[in-house]
Write a protein that binds this ligand. Structure first.
Ligand SMILES: [Zn+2]
Ligand SMILES: [Zn+2]
Length: 437
């Protein structure tokens, strides 16, 4: 196996509290040494002067669309997009067709990820059979399968029945798994197209009130307290939800939360032109909510930045706003949006950004050897130029879909190399396709 010496980069690893200008030596697929002035005459040298060298990014929330909608995305194309974006692990959401609600399906997704071998594909399991919110899925069977499912969710829908939520938490508690919620009370959100507020009245679109998210977040926090189950709140988007999480954490409730790049970058002002690319669930919120998301990420109330990468076919997304499905791509823009919107303006340090994008999600998911540059760990890492400017061109995405509201936007920060198990999956900003075989 090849040996690589990444020279003279700024090595940032929150997991080992490392932040130094130095070198990383990769041998036999693992990180063999981190420090200044390393030498190895057999190694291929990668000059990282001016670049940041960090643990590979970990996305807690990715829709891979396979099985079922391979026309929109496959495990292979999502993995390639993830590698291009600096990721070395992605958590596959279960709302596929068939739904990831049994050991057979999660094992299939896991095996397809292994076959592609560009990132670690970590399948999440559904809480309910067919995501119907009625009968509990085979949670224990999925947890004990070789896919070792640790995160369970009906994402795409919130669990509407409080008793079902309680029972699922009690059950998951037995094997220290995570109950993850898409917080949305359907009775309040039904038919909604965008955030409810002044702008929804002005645009004449039906609104989704913040309370649709906050009521379910409050219920789940109460149930997590009751059951002792680990709770993870997906894509939180309102100032009220963030305050609930802040208080719950202060009380010692085992709750974690994630937010998406689009919720810290855009507001409902982006909907003025009725562009279906801006339609997403939860919806883009008010400026005060966007500011609260940034504050939550800065003070650690929000643990992780997750993409909610949601590919959609062009013919479905590109129609009248009210008919377009919600969701947008995230894997290939998340790091640059974080650097542009959070690090450049001084809200987060580079180390905090890496913590939210890599170390924290890896820790929450309990992934072995991800989210750290600790010598001896598998060499999963990213090298990026934090100052490089580039313009988002959806045509250049590795993802199979094109639905992004960021087309044409100039961002700061570009991935030059990604390593997965000590092998470059991205070299000089190009995905290494030989890695596919
Ligand atoms: Zn969701
Ligand atoms: Zn989702």
């Amino acid at each position: 196996m090849s040996t690589y010496l990444i020279k003279a980069g700024r090595v940032v690893d929150p997991a080992t509290t490392t932040d130094l200008v130095g070198d990383v030596l990769i041998a036999d697929g693992t990180i063999s040494e981190v420090g200044a002035g390393l030498e190895d005459k057999d190694a291929e040298v990668i000059d990282a002067t001016g670049a940041v060298v960090a643990p590979g990014l970990v996305d807690m929330h990715t829709h891979l669309r396979e099985p079922g909608r391979e026309d929109e995305e496959t495990i292979a194309t999502a993995s390639a997009g993830a590698a291009a974006g600096g990721y070395t692990a992605i958590c596959a959401m279960p709302n596929t067709d068939p739904v990831q609600d049994s050991a057979a399906i999660v094992e299939k997704v896991w095996a397809l990820g292994r076959e592609t071998n560009l990132v670690e594909v970590v399948p999440a399991g559904a809480l309910s059979k067919g995501l119907k919110g009625e009968q509990m899925a085979d949670l224990g069977e999925m947890a004990n399968s070789y896919a070792k499912v640790r995160l369970f969710t009906d994402d795409g829908r919130g669990v509407q029945d409080a008793l079902f939520a309680r029972r699922a938490m009690e059950y998951l508690n037995a094997f220290d798994a995570i109950y993850a919620e898409h917080c949305e009370v359907e009775a309040l959100a039904a038919g909604g197209q965008m955030h409810e507020g002044e702008r929804s009245y002005k645009l004449g679109l039906r609104g989704i009130p913040s309370e649709a998210e906050e009521l379910m977040a409050a219920r789940d926090i109460a149930l997590a307290k009751l059951t002792g189950c680990r709770l993870h709140l997906l894509h939180i988007s309102t100032a009220g939800t963030i305050e609930l999480v802040r208080r719950a954490k202060a009380e010692g409730v085992a709750v974690t939360a994630e937010a998406t790049p689009h919720h810290f970058t855009l507001t409902d002002a982006a909907l003025e032109g009725y562009d279906p690319m801006t339609k997403v669930n939860p919806p883009l919120r008010a400026e005060s909510d966007r500011a609260a998301v940034i504050e939550g990420l800065a003070d650690g109330t929000i643990d992780a930045i997750a993409t909610d990468h949601a590919p959609h076919a062009t013919e479905e997304k590109d129609q009248e706003f009210s008919y377009a499905p919600p969701g947008l791509l995230g894997l290939e823009t998340a790091l640059a949006l974080t650097l542009t919107e959070l690090v450049e303006p001084g809200h987060l340090s580079v180390a905090q950004a890496i913590e939210r994008l890599s170390s924290a999600p890896s820790r929450i998911l309990g992934l072995d050897g991800q989210g750290t540059l600790e010598p001896g760990s598998p060499a999963h890492l990213v090298v990026f130029d934090p100052a490089a400017r580039w313009t988002v061109d959806p045509g250049a995405f590795r993802s199979k879909s094109r639905n992004t509201p960021f087309a044409g936007r100039t961002l700061t920060g570009r991935v030059s190399h990604t390593f997965f198990h000590g092998r470059p999956t991205v070299r000089d900003s190009e995905v290494v396709t030989e890695a596919l075989v």
